[in-house]
Design a protein around this ligand. Structure first.
Ligand SMILES: O=C(O)CCC(=O)C(=O)O
Ligand SMILES: [Fe+2]
Length: 212
């Protein structure tokens, strides 16, 4: 951590995320990232976008680009070329990883994440991040990087809780959503303005295509 202010999320917010996963399996945590950090991350994303580092996202493993299903462009974060804000983010997600493992025994080994930018009108249709345990992805963490988002701008994450219930979460800067990747289908609704997020997954080990 570089500054006291970046020393987030506080133990309380980490605890909220862990309790959400242990209880309903999902949760929304406002101000999970302090404004200094999410704004710095938004700047980093814009810089990487301007440098041409984003690519159209594909579907599934080695999948094809299908913008009807998924219209965002992404840039994976790499520890090797991370800037100061991105390194702070890695420190925070490591803290949460350890807290989850202590409480939930999920055996999370690591974390992969990318920036995702949805141009106005783009969406990501209903899907599961971990279909049939075929991927290592166990816990999804999405952190939003958008200043002053208004409800009428759309772009909510719709999370399907069960057969008849869903919640819609606006991509407000600093807000995080966590959920168990194999349990909750979700979709990104189209927005009226570009929508930026840092999306990541804590992973378990896969062995012969199955989790051990
Ligand atoms: O940006 C979001 O709210 C969710 C993105 C998502 O579902 C994904 O990248 O798998
Ligand atoms: Fe997803």
């Amino acid at each position: 951590m570089q500054t006291g202010e970046r020393d987030f999320p506080t133990a309380e917010r980490v605890e909220t995320a862990v309790a959400a996963l242990a209880g309903p399996g999902w949760g929304v945590i406002d101000d999970f990232l302090p404004s200094s950090l999410w704004q710095a991350l938004a700047d980093s994303a814009q810089r990487r976008l301007a440098a041409g580092e984003f690519r159209a996202a594909s579907i599934g493993r080695g999948g094809r680009v299908q913008t009807v299903i998924r219209g965002d462009t992404i840039r994976w974060l790499e520890a090797g070329d991370a800037d100061a804000a991105e390194r702070d983010f890695f420190t925070l997600v490591e803290r949460l990883r350890q807290a989850i493992n202590r409480r939930l025994w999920l055996g999370l080994l690591d974390f992969e994440c990318h920036y995702a930018r949805y141009p106005a009108g783009a969406r990501y249709r209903r899907h599961l991040d971990r279909p049939h345990r075929r991927t290592e992805r166990t816990v999804t963490l999405v952190c939003y990087l958008n200043a002053g988002w208004r409800a009428e701008e759309g772009g909510a994450l719709r999370l399907y809780l069960d057969e008849d219930r869903s919640v819609e979460v606006l991509p407000q800067g600093g807000r995080a959503v966590v959920f168990l990747s194999e349990r909750f289908e979700h979709e990104v609704l189209p927005a009226r303005r570009p929508r930026l997020a840092l999306t990541g997954w804590y992973r378990q080990r896969l062995h012969g295509g199955r989790v051990i």
